[in-house]
Design a protein around this ligand. Sequence first.
Ligand code: F6R
Length: 364
Amino acid sequence: DKGQHQHFMAKEIHEQPMVVARAFGAWTSNDRSRIASPAETIDWRSVPRLTIVACGTAHLAGHVAKIWLERIARLPVEIEIASEFRYREPPLPTGGVTLVISQSGETADTLGALRYARAAGQTTLGLVNVTTSTIAREADLALATHAGPEIGVASTKAFTAQLMGLAAFSVMVARERGAIDADGERDAIETLSRVPRLMAETIAQEDRFAALAREIATATSALFLGRGLMYPIALEGALKLKEITYIHAEGYAAGEIKHGPIALVDEATPVIALLPSGDLLEKSLSNIREVAARKGRVAVIGDAEARAELGDEAWRSVAMPRCDPLIQPFAYAVAIQLLAYHAAVARGTDVDQPRNLAKSVTVE
Ligand code: F6R
């Protein structure tokens, strides 16, 4: 049932504050002092490396998690696309852990990757939304995302619920490795508790995203740029846009565009810049200024600081709430979802059932 919404995707975007609140509750103790996880039983101090494997949007959630785990837990992490990983058959470290991420828990390549990692002696974790799925059964430990059933083919709430599970997981691993103390854990939990409201504040900007989306909807090509935690969100923005609008879109690390992609910049190509404030803002601004100087149509999605810096160098800009860097991916994920959704509505595509795509990819 779509409720008052025109599409399941819209309903699922709007459900996200509730979904992430539920996921947050599932991962935290009642007094909010401690992350609880079945993966606590692993001796994380002796784990040399975590390998994360997934496909599509789930892979991009894993990419965000890599950055969190490296930063908070100081754990070495590799992130892999399942279809490459499983056939490359890479050597895996003794005592290593492999985490596969899958909404459906049935994606053939991700399942193949899980089986390869198990056979190679890794401890395996499966973060799944469908808890009765094959991946949930075959992983040594199954972790649930708690998103509820996702109907829209383009993943939205499953992605942000994966992010909540992965953020909690990162904090737990940091604690187990001694990278944070009890106060640090409590602070991180307090920050994560603000995610539902942060996402609701972003959804409250929907009209602004819809207005920008209508302008992007006439483009034949679009670029998404971001650094650090915004790099995987830029990739997800491009994936979401191409998936449901059929506009050609690419995501790039902002610092990489001068190595080639800047040749694509012209007056017809929207360049969506994800610019939260933080350590990387100055670096990103200089990349974005290079685009603006070449008459690129820069659409800034950022908080007050970035928007003030760019002024009229930006073609369009949409305000984002300011928040702790740890939780920026949740807010910017909502932003790119709303952008893709409204661009698809403007183009009149079949939002919930995009051409050539299936909800669960059980072929290799
Ligand atoms: C994109 C999307 C896909 C899936 C991918 C993996 O919106 O939904 O990229 O994320 O096919 O599916 P799961 O998570 O079921 O393994």
